[in-house]
Design a protein around this ligand. Structure first.
Ligand code: ADP
Ligand code: MG
Length: 461
């Protein structure tokens, strides 16, 4: 390759000024200026952008113009890639393909390095920035305790919960804190996927001794998203040995997963029981108060970037109410809102929120249907859908049926008669009776309570 592939930041500066004529002064200031040229590799020019919103906008509207200018200087450039710079694991932004003479712009995937280094810690994932509420207070307290780096009292600490509830955040926070509280400790954080990747690589390169050596010498091991190794037998086996070796030496292990150890199918029983023998804590789905708290704290952070932006009363409450899926979505919504408001120079009010977040709000409106509930519940209890809806009164059908009625009452906006109709034309009093029965059982029967919780989660996921 010739030297023209190595464009510098300065050269980009000069070149980008030519763009000012093409796109106009305003567009230039708003959209092109914020781009930070990173590099050109394999014909792909990468830019850091401050927000996903800007990246998307630029790629949809100015990719052609940028590519044209780049091309005149560096003919090998074929594509543009925008990644959000604030994130340590800069994620590429998908953007639509734009034809340009011989060149094309399309989304590119971040390249996998051949050797995967220790996972980077996200600077934002600290205890300071973790908002504590009822649903996560136990997990937070346990994480704090482990982060003190004192004597190991529970091993492993097993954190579990649905996506976007803060598992990774808490693990990174532990790692950050340990760097200060116990700089002498060798702390290793990685995802289960990376664990597998390294393991396979060690096998391939015949470096198992090194692999074992590395993992046996850490003082604190954190493995994120351990459900990933379910069904992957040899990785599981190696994980089990690593785990045991560390526990024997009284080294702290912290594990996360999207569900409780016992519920990860494809995981060997001995692994499950090992995972359960420490402290298992659950991050519950967020409630309204926690979501509002998180939003308020994120607004404070956004203020650093946008000091003049005002958020009108009611907007955060509206978002906390409407976006109940996961915190990541909530966060993304807020980032977009600030970027949008600052670009159009308006304050953040309800109207702007509705405009800017129409897609997010629509997606979170997804309604659960009675049919979906019936399907999930019959799967859960291993009965046929036809038996759930049919006339049989056997207890083994009647109980799941009542559970499904209960969930239909609580998770959909259907009336009792409407629900009855969907259960093979049953009367609304039958539905009412079923719902009542489950409400009683929920108090007295731990198994039912657990089933309900599991099903609700699965349905709301
Ligand atoms: P998980 O690993 O459980 O899928 P993450 O830890 O990646 O979720 O969290 C998703 C996003 O939500 C992150 O940006 C994180 O900072 C944020 N987040 C989650 N819970 C909280 C919280 N309690 N306070 C502040 N931010 C949170
Ligand atoms: Mg995670």
């Amino acid at each position: 390759m010739d030297g023209r592939n190595r464009m510098t930041q300065e050269e980009w500066g000069v070149l980008s000024e030519r763009l000012e004529h093409t796109v106009g002064r305003n567009n230039f200031a708003t959209w092109i200026k914020p781009l930070a040229f990173k590099d050109i590799q394999d014909g792909i020019a990468t830019f850091h952008v401050p927000t996903t919103f800007i990246g998307n906008y630029v790629s949809q509207n100015f990719a052609d113009a940028i590519l044209h200018e780049l091309h005149s200087d560096t003919p090998s450039v074929r594509r543009l890639n925008f990644t959000v710079a604030a994130q340590s694991d800069a994620r590429p932004i998908a953007h639509k393909a734009i034809a340009h003479k011989t060149a094309a712009v399309s989304a590119t995937k971040a390249e996998q390095p051949t050797t995967m280094p220790r996972a980077k810690l996200d600077k934002r994932f600290t205890f300071d920035r973790f908002v504590v509420g009822k649903p996560n207070e136990l997990a937070h307290a346990a994480a704090k305790r482990v982060a003190e780096g004192g004597p190991v009292t529970f091993n492993p600490l097993f954190l579990y919960g649905g996506v976007g509830l803060g598992k990774t955040h808490l693990m990174h926070a532990i790692a950050w804190e340990l760097q200060t509280s116990r700089p002498d400790l060798n702390v290793m954080y990685l995802s289960a996927e990376q664990f597998m990747y390294r393991f396979v690589q060690a096998l391939r390169e015949r470096k198992m001794m090194d692999f074992k050596e590395i993992f046996r010498s850490v003082d604190v091991l954190m493995v994120d998203d351990v459900q990933f190794i379910a069904g992957k037998d040899s990785t599981q086996e190696e994980f089990f040995h690593t785990f045991n070796a560390l526990v024997d030496q009284n080294k702290q292990i912290i594990i996360s997963a999207d569900r409780a150890p016992g519920e990860i199918s494809g995981l060997e029983d001995r692994v499950k029981s090992r995972l359960q023998c420490g402290l298992v804590v659950d991050l519950h789905p967020t409630d309204y108060e926690l979501r509002l708290g998180i939003l308020q704290s994120k607004v404070e952070m956004q203020r650093e970037n946008y000091p003049d932006l005002e958020v009108q009363k009611g907007v955060l409450e509206f978002l906390a109410h409407r976006i109940s899926t996961n915190v990541r979505v909530l966060e993304g919504a807020l980032t977009r809102l600030f970027a949008f408001a600052s670009l159009v120079g308006r304050e953040i009010n309800m109207e702007l929120t509705q405009d800017c977040l129409a897609d997010v709000l629509r997606a979170s409106e997804r309604k659960i249907s009675v049919e979906e509930i019936q399907r999930k519940v019959s799967e859960h209890y291993n009965i046929r859908l036809s038996d759930m809806i049919g006339p049989k009164r056997l207890r083994s059908y009647a109980r799941p049926r009542q559970v499904a009625m209960y969930l239909s009452k609580h998770l959909t906006s259907r009336s009792l008669p409407e629900i009855g109709r969907r259960f093979g034309g049953r009367d609304h009093t039958t539905v009412m009776h079923g719902v009542k029965r489950i409400e009683e059982l929920k108090q007295s029967d731990g198994q039912i309570a657990e089933d309900l919780e599991l099903l609700r989660r699965a349905l709301e996921a």
